[in-house]
Design a protein around this ligand. Sequence first.
Ligand code: TYM
Length: 331
Amino acid sequence: MPENIVFSAIKPTNLPTIGNYIGAIKNMVAMQETYNCLYSVADLHCITVNMEPAKLRSNTLDMFSLYVACGIDTEKSILFVQSHVSAHAELTWILNCFTQFGEAKRMTQFKEKSKKNPDNINVGLFDYPVLMAADILLYGASLVPVGKDQKQHVELARTIAERFNNRYTPTFEVPEPVLPTKGAAKIGSLADPTAKMGKTDENASGTVFILDTPDEIMRKFKRAVTDSGHEIISHPDKPGISNLINIYCAFTSKSVADTEKEFEGRDYAYFKEKVGEAVIESLLPIQKRYKEIRADKRLLDELMINGAQKADRIARRTLDKVYRKIGFCRV
Ligand code: TYM
């Protein structure tokens, strides 16, 4: 199996944030130059929470369009919607039988989400990381660009792959998570920088969405929670300013040291405005491309069908191999 395959996905539970952009999408775009990449809109993963059907449908199209607008090139990479390739659900069942209950129960995200949503701790939420493992293992991906919160899930995918390979013969590539540089792996909320900036946070003022208007973006940055003191330096005692520095660096490609030097002697209000400006400037061309793609239903359908066909071909081959190894009767 070739070693240079990359897989990653984003859940269309809501519009993506600059956390998704910095933590995952930027790496996904960059990796296209060197590797064979497959990227997916993980709609199957969305229904572990109650989602309005119309919202799920439109979010899926939004996310697909945004991938392209952010620079995912459908000529170079395979871009598809997860539910268009039924092998994802099929392999999940198989992998369920190679995952220990205790392993799934230890997943931090399962524990956090169960606590947050005690009325709907469904089996799908529990099984979520196994579906993720199926996503990755179907394509023989060795590299998985993700933010820090998904690292544990990719590690579980490794364990499952190794277990299957040891039980039968080497079948799955054992994947590795690829995290962005330290500060970019977990972008904090602007309202509470010690918490992850999430797509579905209750406090929307702490989340900057890729499609927010320039006014909204500036307003959110101006209101960003900062720390005591006045120096613009990255330090564990200054989670607010450190988070803003990480965002600034990600959007300007400057280093932390250069940023600290650039804003020496400046106050927090000035810096917050400059971070807002840098984000707005980078997002404007993405937003413009997004609008064009999202409005072109024919193009979107064509791209989705194309991506699904390419992904399905690879996934079917893997699934067939797995079925044979297990001993399912093939005709
Ligand atoms: P999702 O949709 O929650 O997030 C998509 C990607 O964005 C990263 N991310 C962040 N990175 C830095 N700072 C943040 N505040 C931040 N918020 C999110 C996530 O780590 C992720 O890389 N289960 C996955 C989607 C998925 C997947 C897969 C990923 C489904 N199948 C297979 C990799 C491989 C998820 O919910 O990501």
